[in-house]
Design a protein around this ligand. Structure first.
Ligand SMILES: [Zn+2]
Ligand SMILES: [Zn+2]
Length: 83
């Protein structure tokens, strides 16, 4: 069974339907202001931030930290996983 992940928070679900049915506590519009968004890359042993290249072993760990190269300004947002 493949796993599906939210690119905002790293939540894991067994289907895209289940993933996108629930609210995302790290949605860019605010906590629970939107649903989880499917991370369209494949499952990896290491994820890199698409803005700065920082890597982490899980999406959850990556998106927990502020990104110093975020497009909204340094540390104005979190790392985002590249595909
Ligand atoms: Zn999410
Ligand atoms: Zn980053």
């Amino acid at each position: 069974m493949p796993n599906f992940f939210c690119e905002h928070c790293g939540s894991k679900a067994s289907s895209i339907t289940n993933l996108t049915a629930s609210s995302c506590h790290r949605h860019p519009n605010g906590p629970s202001k939107g649903k989880h968004k499917l991370y369209e890359g494949s499952e990896k042993s290491k994820y890199s931030c698409k803005y700065c290249g920082t890597s982490a072993s899980t999406i959850t760990n990556l998106v927990t930290s502020s990104c110093h190269r975020h497009p909204d300004g340094p540390s104005k947002g979190k790392h985002a996983p590249s595909l």
